[in-house]
Design a protein around this ligand. Sequence first.
Ligand SMILES: [Zn+2]
Ligand SMILES: [Zn+2]
Length: 350
Amino acid sequence: MDTMLAAVYHGPHDIRLEEVPVPQPGPGEAMMRVRAASICATDLRIFNHGHFKIPEGAVRILGHELAGEIVAVGEQVTYLAPGTRVAVVPNVGCGVCWECVQGNNNLCPDYDAFGITLDGGFAEYILITAPAVQQGNVIEIPDSLSFEEAALNEPLSCCYNAQQTCRLAPGETMVIIGAGPIGLMHLLLARYSGAGQVIVSEVQEDRARQAAEFGADLVVDPRKQDLREAVLKVTGGRGADVVIVAVGSAVLQEQAVELAARRGRVNFFAGLAAGHNRACVNSNWIHYGQVTVTGTTGSNYRQYRQTVQMLASGRLSLQSLVTAKRSLQEVEAALADAASGEHLKVVFIP
Ligand SMILES: [Zn+2]
Ligand SMILES: [Zn+2]
């Protein structure tokens, strides 16, 4: 039997490089050669603390931000063929629930996901299950789009879900709290969508510098400067039209609400740790300002396809977010890189 190299998760702090059988596609399934798989904060969280959908004792190949090349398809697969370059939507909805039938596979209460409940992309090959093939999780990408950018389309599409939910209009002012890779993606996307001013709040110096390089109009260190005053100053006292909180902090969520202008929209993009998930917001600010507070998680099939189109257009590039490329053999170093805070996106090139 043919074997392949995979970084296999056995439990918290236990990822092993192993030779495992190469999956063979059955009817309705496809096999993809992984050409790029990026490490997400979720992977690090699973590595450190496990995941409620991965039972103790189960082994799993992580990695849900992935792209590659179809190398084999099972019977009945009509729209994919060996050689097709593709990106893969990680979340597979059940297909029949209230949210799934409306296209919101990311909100399916009974979802499967590559890299969480199904084997993911930190391997040489991945088996794309029949429901995923059938529901449109596999998306052909043009030759002009690199596999790395296609892998990064996954978090980009999640940012797009947030910005679409906040109805960002051209010319509007956006505040982004946190300039990690997600904050920077929000910045690039806001620029692409025609935002007027984009203001980034970040405490780490090197990240603040990067935000400026990525095109922020104003970068504020909230420890040195009052963020609210800074926002009011550049908006004629009005506040921000859209505020994105890309840091998992209840205090920052509370502050974010009061950065919003009248009819402003706020998005809680980052989740909070269990036990720390209560925010005490100024509800009168929301009431009298007609402010909308939103939350988003993941992205749906439509949004994922839309951001693929944005990247394919060449007018939005994520290439500068890739700051480290690693082989699977370097899995430990790759995870350390990703956890260090010194890198933006660490990508496996199996
Ligand atoms: Zn992710
Ligand atoms: Zn469902």
